[in-house]
Design a protein around this ligand. Sequence first.
Ligand SMILES: NC(=O)c1ccc[n+]([C@@H]2O[C@H](COP(=O)([O-])OP(=O)(O)OC[C@H]3O[C@@H](n4cnc5c(N)ncnc54)[C@H](O)[C@@H]3O)[C@@H](O)[C@H]2O)c1
Ligand SMILES: O=C(O)C1=N[C@H](C(=O)O)CCC1
Length: 251
Amino acid sequence: MIRIIIHGCNGKMGKVITKLAAENPGFKVVAGVDKNTSPLDFPVYSDLKDVKEEADVVIDFSYHEAVPNLVKAALQKKLPVVIATTGLSEEELKVIEEASKEIPIFKSANMSLGVNILINLVKEAAKILQQDFDIEIIEKHHNMKKDAPSGTALMIADSINQVLNDKKEYVYGRHTKTEQRKPSELGIHAVRGGTIVGEHQVIFAGHDEVITISHSAQSREIFGYGALQAAKFIINQKPGLYTMEDLVKKG
Ligand SMILES: NC(=O)c1ccc[n+]([C@@H]2O[C@H](COP(=O)([O-])OP(=O)(O)OC[C@H]3O[C@@H](n4cnc5c(N)ncnc54)[C@H](O)[C@@H]3O)[C@@H](O)[C@H]2O)c1
Ligand SMILES: O=C(O)C1=N[C@H](C(=O)O)CCC1
C-alpha cells in the first residue's frame, strides 16, 4: 500500500485525491498539509516538516509560493514528490530542479493522459504546418483559478517550441498589440468563468482553413487519477525530475 501525504489537502484537488485514495485499497492518505488546517479524516499540519506519520510520497496541489518550502521539507525527509501545482516562477522551478538531484520529483502541469496525447499530436502538427499556419492557444478554466495562462497552455507552447527550435515568441493576449501578427508569434489566451474544469484548444490557422486540436477535461478526477499513477511511478525512481512522458513511456 502506498502511503500518501497530500500537500494542499483542503483544496479542490486535495479533496479529489482523498476521495480517490479512499476508494482504492492500493493507497492510503496518512496526513495532509494545508495553510487551512480544518480537520479531515487524517491529521492536518500547516507545514510538511511537522508531519510525524511515515509516508512513501507527497502529492502537491497547492499554490506556487508554497512549493519551495514543501520541496525543502521533502528533501530533509528524503521523500519523493509529485508536483501538480502550476504558476511556478523561474526561481521556484530552480528550487525544484536543485532538489531533484537528491530526491525523485515528478512534475506535470496536467496529470491527465488526454492532454499528454494532445501534446504529441500538436508536436506532429506543428512540424508539418510550421511554414504556412499561425498557431494560437486558447485555454478556459473556472473562476477560482489564480494563475493565468494555465500551466498546461505553457506546457503545450513549450512543446511546440521544442520541435520548432525555439522559433516562436509567446504573445499573451493581444490588447497591447496594435500591429499585424508576425508569423513568429504564438498567441496564448486565457478565459475564466463558472465551473469550467479545463479546456485547451490549439488552433492552426492557415489560408482558408483551420485545424483545431482540443482537449476538454470533464471532471477533476482525471487529474487525481493521473497524480496517483504518478505517485506509484515516482516511489520507485532514482533522484531526478520526471514528467508524464516518462510515465507514459513506462506503460
Ligand atoms: N497538474 C494538474 O493536473 C492540475 C490539475 C488541477 C489543478 N492543478 C493546480 O493545482 C493547484 C491547486 O488547485 P486547486 O484547484 O486544488 O486549488 P485550491 O485553491 O482549491 O486548493 C489549494 C489548497 O492549497 C492550500 N494552500 C495555499 N497556500 C498554501 C501554503 N502556503 N501552504 C500550504 N497550503 C497552501 C489552500 O489553502 C488550498 O486548500 C493549482 O496550482 C492548480 O493550477 C493542477
Ligand atoms: O483547475 C486548475 O487550476 C487546473 N490547472 C491546471 C493548469 O493550470 O494547467 C490543469 C487543469 C486544471
